[in-house]
Write a protein of this length. Structure first.
Ligand SMILES: [Zn+2]
Ligand SMILES: [Zn+2]
Length: 166
């Protein structure tokens, strides 16, 4: 690849947990085991997820650290509010991903496997700045989703079926 589309590194002084603690304190709210469970899970790995996927991954009812559905929804809203997560709509679903400490990027989304591919492009940011300047528009952010078929899904069908059997 001639150009570098890799994500730039961002350093932050607080961990997501510390940042969230600050947020809770500023609102005179207390941290709970349920909030901690959701936070630990969500920030254990970078992913693009919807609420249903997250609920499937969390402990089931009757298990230790079970978090009720309404609490999961409420906690995710708090994470967005606290600047820890970003939320966007895709095909009528709300998708969440890390925001705090995670570099700015755009996405390609595969129509078949729904996988997200992240990239960073200075050129897109330059276009953004130049258009905004023309319109005397103050940019606060942008969201670009490119739809299509990823290279795995574009493989000939027979080959794909073989992989599915493994
Ligand atoms: Zn795909
Ligand atoms: Zn992303």
């Amino acid at each position: 690849m001639a150009k570098d589309y890799s994500l730039q590194h961002v350093s932050v002084s607080l961990s997501p947990q510390e940042r969230f603690d600050e947020y809770l304190q500023s609102r005179a709210m207390r941290n709970t085991q349920q909030r901690r469970t959701v936070l630990e899970h969500v920030f254990s790995h970078h992913d693009h997820f919807d609420v249903e996927t997250l609920i499937e991954q969390l402990p089931d009812k009757g298990e230790a650290n079970y978090v009720s559905r309404p609490t999961v929804y409420r906690t995710l809203t708090e994470f967005v509010d606290a600047g820890l997560l970003r939320k966007f709509e895709l095909g009528g679903r709300a998708i969440y991903e890390h925001d705090y400490g995670y570099p700015e990027h755009d996405h390609m989304v595969c129509n078949q496997c729904n996988q997200f591919f992240e990239f960073h492009s200075d050129e897109i940011n330059n276009i953004r700045e130049s258009v905004a300047q023309d319109y005397r528009f103050r940019v606060t952010g942008h969201r670009l989703l490119i739809f299509g078929i990823c290279s795995d899904c574009a493989q000939p069908r027979r080959q794909k079926r073989k992989q599915d059997l493994i």
